[in-house]
Design a protein around this ligand. Structure first.
Ligand code: ARG
Length: 473
């Protein structure tokens, strides 16, 4: 049961901008349920930037006098300062940041405040605000990804002589350079930045001027608004402009892939820092201890990155689901987009910052990596390729070396100390130089094609990446 006493509003119930058509007041529970103020207040700067541009466009169209436009602009800037300095009183019952700003503006500038919304709807306004916000946030994320890449490249440069076992199926497969492994993540982050830039091209379209859905009656010059707000393009269909959230979905998809990559690196850091691997030590600053077991040093940061990946995927699927049944044009369902994209942006920014810190403080256990790369049968493929060189078809060579490996495993022996006689007992194609195949250095150097793990190749790619990171925006 609800308490009999109604919660007393702290101030007189506000008149809604749309109250004219209504006889009764909104139920306070409904106000709470429908309000997005707690979430969309972070749009305030972008909302005000959009309103300032709208103001100038209305002035240019002769809808506002220059005195009115100047007064509105001064008022908007004051509201912006009040919010920035934490002096703004957010009133429960205000539906969203757009209304909160407009009602405070009207308190400040008086009746002319009511003219700001001429020729505009919250539908094109919120689409504009979100595009402006995402443009900044995506730009900032590209910068963070670059810093993250820088941290990987720095370790890759330092560890250019460190060898590790490369894995498939989490089974040791072939020796690779540790730097080659790290640079794989730099390539992923390059694609991540590319996807964000692609998304930016479609975020960067001006929806203002679409009105509620049908367009606007006022002779506004949309190209002028676009120029003021630095939009290279203008939406071409008002119905589409107020209902389109593709750009949010694209952003969420790009964010999801970033998290996929972050989570894979996180997983490797967790594995590598375990006693079982002992390949790296994570900096103390990103680990936590156990409240009970004194010896524990836990990789909570990469674990949380791995864990938070799910919520970003969830937001992507959530928004796609929100969109799938919506008739054109604006529906209130669309308000859900912001919680999804804000939380995802925060999660990705936080995760990338944490990975950067981790890379910056990472200790690489070179001996352990080398020992793991030297034991086992990581050079078996080299022997098979040797036989191919001697004219044996690859499939036959694969079988011969497979039997050799089986035999040595049965006898509890490694491949490193195999003799030529033993090799020849499996195939007469083995000659004296076969044993030369069994060095890690040789195995690395033979992977000399573009994309391979040969030291010269990795060093060359590293130089290119370093230069790109130095020179690219
Ligand atoms: N708070 C709303 C949103 O985020 C703003 C647009 C509301 N428009 C409307 N007609 N109710 O989507």
């Amino acid at each position: 049961m609800k308490s009999k006493k109604k919660p007393q509003p702290r101030i007189a119930p506000m008149l809604k901008p749309w109250s004219g058509r209504f006889r009764g007041a909104t139920d306070p529970d409904v106000e709470a349920f429908t309000s997005s103020l707690d979430i969309d207040r972070r749009l305030y700067r972008h909302d005000i930037a959009g309103s300032l541009a709208h103001c100038r466009t209305l002035e240019r169209a002769g809808v506002l006098t220059s005195r009115e436009a100047a007064r509105l602009a001064r008022g908007l800037k004051q509201v912006e300062r009040e919010i920035a300095e934490g002096r703004f009183r957010f009133v429960p019952g205000q539906e969203d940041i757009h209304m909160a700003i407009e009602s405070r503006l009207t308190e400040i500038v008086g009746g002319v405040g009511g003219k700001l919304h001429t020729g505009r709807s919250r539908n094109d306004q919120v689409a504009l605000d979100l595009r402006l916000y995402l443009r900044d946030a995506v730009g900032a994320l590209i910068a963070s990804l670059r810093t993250f890449q820088q941290s990987l490249v720095t370790v890759a440069r330092r560890e250019l002589s460190t060898v590790m076992p490369g894995y498939t199926h989490l089974q040791r497969a072939q020796p690779v350079l540790f730097s080659h492994h790290l640079l794989a993540y730099v390539e992923m982050a390059d694609r991540d930045k590319g996807r964000l830039r692609d998304a930016l091209a479609r975020i960067n379209v001006l929806p203002l001027g679409s009105g509620a859905l049908a367009g606007t009656n006022y002779p506004v010059d949309r190209a002028y608004t676009a120029q003021l707000l630095n939009f290279p393009a203008i939406s071409e269909n008002s119905l589409d402009a107020v209902s389109d959230r593709d750009f949010v979905v694209e952003t969420l998809a790009a964010l999801s892939l970033i998290m996929a990559h972050a989570s894979r690196l996180a997983e490797e850091l967790i594995l590598w820092s375990s006693q079982e691997f002992g390949f790296v030590e994570l900096p103390d600053s990103v680990c936590t201890g156990s409240s009970m077991m004194p010896h524990k040093k836990n990789p909570d940061v990469p674990e949380l990155i791995r864990g938070k990946t799910g919520r970003v995927y969830g937001h992507l699927v959530g928004l796609l689901t929100t969109l799938k049944g919506l008739p054109l044009t604006y529906n209130r369902d669309l308000q859900e987009d912001k919680a999804a994209v804000f939380d995802s942006l925060d999660t990705v920014q936080g995760s990338i910052a944490m990975l950067t810190k981790t890379m910056e403080g990472l200790t690489v256990r070179r001996q352990a990596l080398m020992a793991a790369a030297s034991s086992g049968f990581l050079l078996a493929t080299e022997l098979a390729d040797y036989l191919v060189l001697k004219g044996v078809p690859f499939r036959t060579a694969h079988g011969i070396v497979g039997r050799l490996v089986r035999d040595r495993l049965d006898r509890g022996k490694d491949l490193a100390d195999v003799t030529l006689d033993e090799l020849r007992s499996f195939s007469k194609a083995f000659e004296k130089d076969a044993l030369d195949m069994l060095t890690i250095e040789g195995a690395l150097e033979r992977k000399a094609q573009v994309g391979g793990t040969a030291r010269q190749r990795v060093a060359a790619r590293l130089r290119v990446l370093e230069k790109e990171l130095r020179t690219q925006p």
